[in-house]
Ligand binder design. Structure first.
Ligand code: AMP
Length: 191
């Protein structure tokens, strides 16, 4: 385990490629990939209490209540020195503040907050092409609306903290990956 783990957050609208990039980067830099969307879908498929509470929100494309996802993150954030890559969290300023508190308690720091930018029309085209059950025309519209209203302030939160790095999400996945790699400062994560 690296002594200086590259604790990372991926921000960006739905469809920007966070999930795809998170898988690649987590593997390359040996980070624990934590996708709240994946964890919620799994909980829903398994019919756990969390899954049952989350279902309605996920299906309509709105956000699951903060306390549910914050508790979820509290459970899965590595308690040892393993680095993490958060994909889809935080999505509200409330969640960002809760994460700051958790990290402070654990004496951990964020090394990278990467904002993958993509215009709404391009995001919509991509989401409607991927055919996930919460990617219907109606929910996509709602998810982008929710993104601008609730998650854009999170982008500003990290921008104000001078932690934000912007990456253009519109080129091919390989080019986006290369741009993200650069923000890791040339480290291969095996140090
Ligand atoms: P995603 O796979 O990241 O697009 O997430 C799918 C859905 O899960 C979202 O539309 C939300 O309903 C829910 N979700 C995922 N992450 C969060 C979060 N951090 N806060 C609230 N809801 C979330």
């Amino acid at each position: 385990v690296s002594r200086n783990p590259m604790n990372t957050i991926f921000l960006g609208p739905p469809g920007a490629g966070k999930g795809t990039q998170a898988q690649l980067i987590a593997e390359q830099f040996r980070l624990k990939h934590i996708s709240t969307g994946d964890l919620l879908r799994k909980a829903m498929a398994e019919g756990t209490p969390l899954g049952k509470k989350a279902q309605k929100f996920v299906n309509e494309g709105s956000l699951v209540p903060d306390e549910l996802v914050i508790d979820l993150i509290r459970e899965v954030l590595p308690s040892n020195g393993t680095g993490f890559l958060l994909d889809g969290f935080p999505r509200t300023v409330e969640q960002a503040k809760a994460l700051d508190e958790m990290l402070k308690t654990e004496k951990k720091k964020l090394q990278n907050v990467i904002y993958i930018e993509l215009a709404d029309d391009e995001a919509t085209t991509r989401l409607l092409a991927r055919k996930r059950s919460d990617d219907t025309a109606e929910t996509v519209k709602n998810r982008l609306k929710v993104y601008h209203k609730q998650t854009q302030p999170v982008v500003d939160y990290y921008k104000n903290a001078k932690q934000l790095v912007k990456v253009d999400g519109s080129p091919s996945p390989d080019l986006v990956r290369k741009a993200i790699e650069k923000t890791f400062g040339g480290s291969d994560g095996h140090a």
